[in-house]
Design a protein around this ligand. Structure first.
Ligand SMILES: Nc1nc2c(ncn2[C@@H]2O[C@H](COP(=O)(O)OP(=O)(O)OP(=O)(O)O)[C@@H](O)[C@H]2O)c(=O)[nH]1
Ligand SMILES: [Mg+2]
Length: 355
C-alpha cells in the first residue's frame, strides 16, 4: 500500500517536473558594477541566436545608456529613470531603486510575456543594474526573484571580474558578496569568472581549493583586511565546496559550452533541491494562514459575545430572532451616530479648504 502511495507521489512529482521543464529557464545575471554583466548577456544572446535558439532578454537596468543586445523587454520603456530622480528628488541609487520598484508593480505582465514564449524559448535572461545591492537587498529585487523562482526554473548567475579580483582582499570581498546572495536567495548559483581573455581564472580556483595558496598570496600583507580575509577563507570553505564556477570571456565567448552545461546541472538542482523546499515552505505557510484564520474567527466570536453581553443581548452560536432585531437596532443607532459624525467632519474639512 505504502509502495503504491509512493509510486503515486512519484508520478505527481514527475508530472510537475515535466511541466516545469516546458518553461524557459530564467537566468538572473548579477555582479559588481563593471564586472561585465551586460557584455556577458550580449555574448550569450548572440551565440544562442547563432544556434537558432534565441533567448528572451529582459533589461532591468533603468540607468544604462544603451543595451547592446536585441532586447525583448526593457525597463527603460516603462520607467524614465531621470524623471523619477527629478520627481522624487532622489540621487542616482534612490532613482534606480524607485524605478525598479515601479517596474515590479508591472511584473505580472513580464511573467505573462515570458510564459507566452514557453513553447519556443529555452532561456529568459535578466540583466540587472550595476549597483548590485539595489537588486539583491530591495523589496522589488526580492519580489522579482521569488516570483520567477516560483514559476520557472531559475538560476542566479554571479559575474566576477577576474582581472580586478587578483588582489586576495578584493577576491574575498567579492566572494563574501556572492555567499550572502546565495544564502539569501537559496537558488541554484553559478559563478562566472569573467574576462579570462585578459587573466586566466586558475589563480581563483586554486585559492578556493587550497587554503595555503590563499594564505601565501596574503603573506606580504599584514593589514586588518588581510587578517580578516585569512580567517574568512577558512569559514568560506563550506561555501566553496558546492559552488559551480565557470571561466568565461564575454568578449571572445570562451567558456560558452561549459556555461550551458552548468545551467543544465543547475536546473536539475532547482528541480531536486529548490522545488521540494519551496513546496514544503508553501505548505507550512498555508497551514500557518489557516491557523491564523481560525484564531481570528475564535477571537471575533468571543469579542462578539462579550460586546453583546455588555449591550444586554444574549447570544449563543445562534442568535434568536428577537435578539437579532435588538442587535440590528443597536447597529443602526451606531450607524446614524457615525453618519452624523462624518458629515460634521466633512463640513469641517470643507471649511478648512475654503479657509
Ligand atoms: N577584456 C574583456 N573585457 C570585458 C569582458 N566583459 C566585459 N568587458 C568590458 O568591461 C567593461 C564593463 O562591461 P559591462 O558589460 O558594461 O559591465 P556591467 O557589469 O554590465 O556594468 P554595469 O551595468 O555598469 O554594472 C566594458 O568595457 C566591457 O567591454 C571580457 O570578458 N573581457
Ligand atoms: Mg550593465
Amino acid at each position: 500500500m505504502a509502495t503504491a502511495k509512493a509510486e503515486e507521489d512519484d508520478a505527481v512529482a514527475g508530472t510537475n517536473l515535466l511541466e516545469r521543464h516546458k518553461k524557459p529557464v530564467c537566468l538572473i545575471v548579477l555582479g559588481m558594477a563593471g564586472s561585465g554583466k551586460t557584455t556577458f548577456v550580449q555574448q550569450l544572446t548572440s551565440r544562442l541566436h547563432a544556434r537558432n535558439k534565441p533567448p528572451y532578454v529582459i533589461n532591468l537596468d533603468p540607468a544604462c545608456r544603451e543595451v547592446p543586445y536585441p532586447v525583448n523587454i526593457d525597463i527603460r520603456d516603462t520607467v524614465n529613470y531621470k524623471e523619477v530622480m527629478k520627481q522624487y528628488s532622489l540621487g542616482p541609487n534612490g532613482g534606480i531603486v524607485t524605478s525598479l520598484n515601479l517596474f515590479a508593480t508591472k511584473f505580472d505582465q513580464v511573467i505573462k510575456l515570458v510564459e507566452k514564449r514557453s513553447a519556443n524559448t529555452d532561456l529568459a535572461i535578466f540583466d540587472t543594474p550595476g549597483q548590485i545591492e539595489v537588486f539583491t537587498w530591495s523589496a522589488s529585487g526580492t519580489i522579482i526573484t521569488e516570483t520567477l523562482a516560483a514559476l520557472f526554473p531559475t538560476v542566479v548567475v554571479y559575474v566576477i571580474d577576474v582581472v580586478r579580483s587578483v588582489s586576495p582582499v578584493t577576491f574575498m570581498s567579492n566572494m563574501l558578496y556572492a555567499c550572502s546572495i546565495l544564502y539569501k536567495l537559496r537558488l541554484p548559483f553559478i559563478i562566472v569568472m569573467n574576462k579570462i581573455d585578459v587573466v586566466k581564472h586558475d589563480y581563483a580556483l586554486e585559492w578556493m581549493t587550497d587554503f595555503d595558496s590563499f594564505e601565501l598570496a596574503l603573506s606580504s600583507d599584514s593589514s586588518y583586511n588581510a587578517n580578516l580575509s585569512r580567517s574568512l577563507s577558512l569559514t568560506l570553505d563550506e561555501f566553496y565546496k558546492d559552488l559551480t564556477t565557470v571561466g568565461f570571456s564575454a568578449v571572445t565567448g570562451e567558456g560558452f559550452d561549459e556555461f550551458l552545461a552548468a545551467v543544465d546541472a543547475a536546473v536539475v538542482e532547482y528541480e531536486t533541491d529548490y522545488c521540494p523546499e519551496h513546496d514544503r515552505l508553501q505548505k507550512l505557510q498555508a497551514e500557518a494562514r489557516s491557523k491564523d484564520k481560525t484564531r481570528q474567527k475564535d477571537k471575533f466570536e468571543s469579542d462578539f459575545q462579550e460586546t453583546s453581553r455588555k449591550l444586554g443581548v444574549t447570544t449563543g452560536r445562534y442568535v434568536s430572532q428577537s435578539n437579532e432585531i435588538l442587535l440590528r437596532s443597536h447597529l443602526s443607532t451606531v450607524n446614524k451616530m457615525f453618519a452624523r459624525l462624518s458629515s460634521s467632519l466633512m463640513l469641517r474639512g470643507a471649511n478648512l479648504t475654503s479657509e
